[in-house]
Design a protein. Structure first.
Length: 219
């Protein structure tokens, strides 16, 4: 699959900050930037809906890596609840980018995020928060713990691996370019991580998004 890119401002990923011992095994991060047709993205997700049940066991195996890692750090992974909802037959809800995110997460059991790429300011840096670092979440101010893995741009923290994205870079009706984030976890094999990255890129390519993929090695 060719990846012509989405313009000159594709992300620069930086990930050289020393990693706390508590997060050994959080070895990689990938981002996929794309500008899909939102209706085409909606249809692509709908066309693949039947495949979620086939992938359920594989996804549950991967999701356990996140459940264990989050629990060790005092948080609950959202993946287990999402997988239960799919098993109960509940449909994916939300705008097309959110449904695409949920489909990709639930197809692979790998934690991801989707945000408005054009709201990101400058390079994306993988960092580990100081105790008390804050950012504006969707519902309230999010306070980070010491060593919590976060993503930062020139305007500040815009996502926590454990606590989700900020409001500044959230998807809106005017969003054109999507930033998909694919997070590693201790115990997840490199092959399964790469399968998730490929799944996101393939879906966005099907929707005409001309996806561009970048990765950073955190080891």
């Amino acid at each position: 699959m060719t990846q012509p890119g989405v313009g000159p401002s594709a992300p620069t990923l930086l990930g050289r900050q020393p990693r706390p011992p508590a997060h050994t095994g959080f070895d990689r991060l990938a981002v996929v930037v794309a500008a899909p047709g939102m209706k085409r993205l909606e249809l692509a997700v709908e066309d693949r809906r039947g495949k979620l049940a086939e992938a359920a066991e594989y996804a549950r195996e991967n999701a356990t890596c996140y459940s264990d890692w989050f629990a060790r750090n005092g948080h609950a992974s959202p993946l287990a609840g999402q997988l239960r909802a799919v098993a109960d037959g509940r449909p994916l809800r939300g705008p097309a980018p959110v449904r695409a995110l949920l489909h990709c997460e639930l197809s692979h059991g790998v934690l991801m995020g989707v945000q408005d790429f054009d709201a990101v300011r400058g390079p994306i840096r993988v960092e580990y928060a100081a105790a008390g670092d804050e950012f504006a979440g969707f519902r309230s101010t999010v306070t980070c713990g010491a060593g919590e893995p976060v993503l930062r741009d020139d305007a500040g923290i815009f996502a926590s691996v454990f606590q989700g994205p900020d409001a500044r870079t959230g998807i809106t009706r005017g969003t054109e370019r999507l930033l998909f984030l694919i997070f590693d976890a201790p115990g997840l094999s490199p092959e399964r991580f790469e399968a998730a990255v490929h799944g996101v890129s393939a879906l966005l390519d099907e929707a005409g998004g001309a996806p561009r993929v970048e990765r950073v090695d955190l080891t």
